[in-house]
Design a protein around this ligand. Structure first.
Ligand SMILES: [Cu+2]
Length: 150
């Protein structure tokens, strides 16, 4: 206890605590996990994450993958994943991303990632050519994304 009462030691302890807090904050950069389901859907269809956050897709059900269809930078969309494998993407550009499962996209297996609460490219994304069912699912998901972004 005597050591802690020493002003210099207290200052040092406080400093160490601060460093620890900063490190744990950096290490806890957000990660969201989404599963492929046996209903040919993504377990979470609308995800909101901070800039620099990670989304992981877990192949809990066979026959699915992740393919990006739209995002804030259309010429540098995240990579498409292979079938039935773990996939991970770090989102560094704010905006809304649309992705789907290649074989089930036309049946409405799609999802949205909203990065940094930024919906600036939402209208562009809504104009992407999709099947009628996929379009209908996308409309529902955009409504959800808007509600969450208020
Ligand atoms: Cu699928």
């Amino acid at each position: 206890m005597r050591l802690l009462l020493n002003p210099l030691a207290s200052l040092l302890a406080l400093f160490m605590l601060l460093i620890l807090l900063i490190i744990s904050k950096a290490a806890s950069a957000e990660t969201v996990q989404i599963e492929f389901t046996r209903f040919d859907t993504f377990s979470i269809e609308v995800v909101h994450i901070d800039v620099g956050g990670t989304v992981e897709w877990l192949p809990k059900n066979a026959g699915h993958n992740v393919e990006f269809i739209a995002g804030p930078k259309m010429n540098t969309l995240p990579k498409k994943s292979k079938m039935d494998v773990f996939h991970s993407v770090v989102f560094k550009t704010p905006g809304i991303y649309l992705y789907g499962c290649t074989p089930h996209l036309n049946m409405g297996m799609l999802g949205l990632i909203v990065v940094g609460n930024d919906l600036h490219n939402l209208e562009k994304l809504r104009n992407v050519k999709l099947s009628r069912i996929a379009k209908s699912v996308l409309e529902d998901l955009t409504k959800i994304s808007k509600l969450h972004s208020k």
